[in-house]
Design a protein around this ligand. Structure first.
Ligand SMILES: C[S@@+](CC[C@H](N)C(=O)[O-])C[C@H]1O[C@@H](n2cnc3c(N)ncnc32)[C@H](O)[C@@H]1O
Length: 260
């Protein structure tokens, strides 16, 4: 749902309001599919000039290298990617595993992801159009991967979300997270970055339409503490400027369906 105006603030005022915000988040990414990669490539409204762009691309390389090192060390065989988007990271994870289930609510971004992987000759990915908040794993995975998704999970749904992830993990499995650090230059030149404590960001598309999404900016320490509070261990890190990243797993090692 595109909006004309709405106050920024907590996303947790009421569940109907939150459900509406999350539905709008899906609609926003469906509408953005064709222009999504401009953010990653620092094009158009995301071009911050040569010097700042260079810092961005150095952090992209650092995040990709950290993920590659982790995949090489852990060697997961099966993986699920939540909110896979246009495949900016699907193309990095898929070659390191035997099979990957890739989930997203937007058929438009899945089509782009599918085309990207086909052009790279990557054939071990099965796409699923699904709402992550309603998703329940039908099997267990060595890896649950998500890039730039956790920040779209409201704090009020954080614990329930990780309970689902626990159900999705095979013994010895782990979750790997990459997400946005709080930096004003990470977003478009005509976006105002929300305050750190806010959960709602206003976004604009190239056609001028205005949208609202959940955006929670985690720090490495803040995310470690939130995970520890629900029984997960982690040691999140940050690239010099733009990305928070790392793996997490249940502190007790207990994984798999808790309700079966
Ligand atoms: C910030 S993008 C991240 C995409 C990709 N992981 C990346 O790193 O570029 C967020 C993605 O979440 C998807 N999404 C939004 N709400 C969703 C939901 N409720 N269930 C599944 N996917 C959702 C959007 O379609 C979009 O592809």
């Amino acid at each position: 749902m595109a909006v004309s105006s709405r106050d920024e603030g907590s996303a947790g005022e009421s569940e109907p309001a939150l459900d509406e915000l999350l539905a709008g988040q899906v609609a926003y990414y469906r509408a953005r599919a064709g222009e999504y990669d401009a953010w990653w490539l620092r094009q158009g409204r995301f071009d911050r000039g040569a010097a700042t762009n260079a810092e961005w691309f150095a952090d992209v390389a650092a995040a990709e290298a950290a993920l590659a090192d982790w995949l090489a060390a852990r060697r997961p065989r099966s993986a699920v990617e939540l909110a896979c988007g246009t495949g900016l990271f699907t193309r990095r994870v898929a070659p390191a595993v035997e099979m990957l289930d890739a989930i997203d609510a937007s058929p438009e971004v899945i089509a782009r992801n599918r085309a990207r992987l086909a052009s790279l000759g990557i054939g071990n990915v099965t796409f699923h159009e699904a709402d992550v908040f309603a998703w329940r794993p039908s099997r267990r995975y060595d890896l649950v991967f998500m890039s730039f998704w956790l920040s779209h999970v409201p704090r009020s749904r954080f614990a329930a979300f990780f309970a689902t992830l626990r159900d999705a993990l095979a013994p010895g499995g782990a979750v790997y997270i990459i997400d946005s650090a709080h930096d004003a230059t990470s977003t478009a030149t005509d976006h105002v970055l929300p305050e750190r404590g806010s959960e709602v960001a206003t976004r604009k598309l190239d056609d001028g339409s205005m949208w609202q999404v959940v955006k929670v900016f985690w720090t490495p320490d803040g995310l470690d503490a939130a995970l520890a509070a629900i029984g997960w261990r982690s040691a999140m890190t940050q690239t010099p400027r733009y990305f928070v990243l790392g793996s997490t797993e249940p502190a007790t090692g207990e994984v798999g369906p808790s309700t079966m």
